[in-house]
Ligand binder design. Structure first.
Ligand SMILES: [Fe+2]
Ligand SMILES: [Fe+2]
Length: 228
């Protein structure tokens, strides 16, 4: 049994969205993911760190969910900025049940346990992208979601999973970092960064928290093993 993380699968089995906007490194990425996942066992758990499907609603993402469901092991998914299909947890759960999808769980204002660890997370916040609209309102909502998830962990050591990077070279999101540190998060896994931005990724301990980028193209479409 092992715990893995990977973000940004960017599946589009129904809508056929070209992935070359992220560069030539994405060629044949669905087959590469399938091949990498074939090494996992049914009892393994993988956290998918957002930007899972290009579908604009649950029905348009169904083939992507079916693809994920066929991959070995249990998957825990959280929201990315491109997950337009995202809905209330109740609606997503009902949709999965109605469609016979059995291996996908939703990380949203809650947490899951893996051995002694709590797996917490939310989409997060990205100052560089969210320039318009109710910035503060959305930021506060994300901080509250992260807090709700971290509180659900109780006294267990926490691994956090976010879509947006809380920091990278030349960038910090202090509100999110503060929450991670307050709750003594051991390690934070994040996605969202693609192609040339990989070189700005932070890998390693900053302050009290360890950070790792797990976007799929950064990992060569092979899930990162976190715990045995
Ligand atoms: Fe993203
Ligand atoms: Fe992405």
């Amino acid at each position: 049994m092992a715990l893995y993380a990977i973000g940004d699968l960017h599946l589009s089995l129904t809508v056929n969205k070209p992935m070359d906007i992220f560069g030539s490194g994405w060629s044949d990425h669905v087959r590469r993911l399938e091949e990498a996942f074939s090494c996992l066992d049914p009892e393994d758990v993988t956290v998918l760190c957002g930007d899972t499907s290009w579908g604009i609603d649950l029905n348009e993402s169904l083939e992507d969910f079916r693809f994920i469901d066929r991959l070995p092991g249990r998957k825990i998914i959280l929201k990315g900025n491109h997950d337009y299909w995202w809905n209330t947890a109740a609606k997503m759960k009902r949709f999965f049940t109605d469609c016979g999808i059995k291996t996908i769980d939703i990380l949203h204002n809650n947490c899951y346990f893996y051995g002694d660890y709590a797996l917490c997370g939310t989409r997060g916040w990205f100052y560089e992208e969210e320039q318009t609209g109710h910035n503060e309102k959305i930021l506060n909502r994300e901080v509250l979601r992260l807090e709700a998830s971290l509180k659900a962990a109780g006294e267990r050591p926490v691994l956090a999973f976010l879509h947006y990077p809380p920091l990278y070279t030349g960038y910090r999101c202090p509100e999110i970092i503060r929450k991670l540190e307050e709750h003594h998060v051991r390690h934070c896994y994040y996605g969202h960064l693609h192609g040339p931005t990989h070189r700005r990724a932070v890998e390693g301990v900053v302050g009290q928290v360890g950070y790792s980028l797990v976007s799929a193209d950064y990992l060569g479409f092979v899930p990162k093993k976190i715990l045995e």
